[in-house]
Design a protein around this ligand. Structure first.
Ligand SMILES: [Zn+2]
Length: 157
């Protein structure tokens, strides 16, 4: 029925009894997940052995301090949920982009009410390349000449 060696099969069974997931066993042993699932069914083990009175979640986060329940009442691990949420947030993160229209407007002497420091520096850079004096640039971008000097020295650095 399976092409597993008896030694490999014993190892898979041991991990199944220890409450590891099919995926975890697959990653640890390289055995196909369908094969692992077949052994799990044969042994009559549920795919999720973690219970609230167990010592930890299947990723090793200790219970009961990490016990939580989702809105459907399923037992979930607080730490796993936190890590998962972080991963999701990191995946969804889009860095803020400077508003090009605001930079163009500022460079033309009509800055919007709110310019981010990054947009202001971009506008200063644009005017700087046209060889305007610091006072003129400051007037265009509506900031102090000191900000222009600071942006210049930051650029030079
Ligand atoms: Zn966990």
């Amino acid at each position: 029925m399976t092409g597993l060696s008896s030694e490999m099969r014993r190892q898979v069974e041991k991990l199944l009894h220890a409450g590891h997931s099919d995926r975890g066993i697959h990653q640890a042993t390289g055995v196909a997940r369908t094969t692992i699932a077949r052994h799990r069914r044969r042994l009559g083990l549920p795919s999720y052995l973690v219970t609230a009175d167990g010592p930890a979640c299947r990723h090793g986060h200790p219970f009961p301090e990490n016990i939580a329940h989702d809105s459907n009442g399923w037992l979930i691990c607080r730490e796993c949920r936190r890590l998962h949420g972080r991963k999701q947030a990191a995946r969804a993160y889009i860095p803020a982009q400077p508003d090009q229209a605001a930079i163009t407007r500022a460079a033309a002497g009509d800055p919007p009410d709110r310019l981010t420091p990054r947009e202001r520096h971009a506008a200063i850079r644009r005017l700087d390349s046209r060889d305007y004096s610091a006072a003129v640039i400051a007037e265009h971008v509506r900031c102090s000449p000191r900000t222009v000097h600071r942006a210049r020295s930051k650029q030079a650095a």
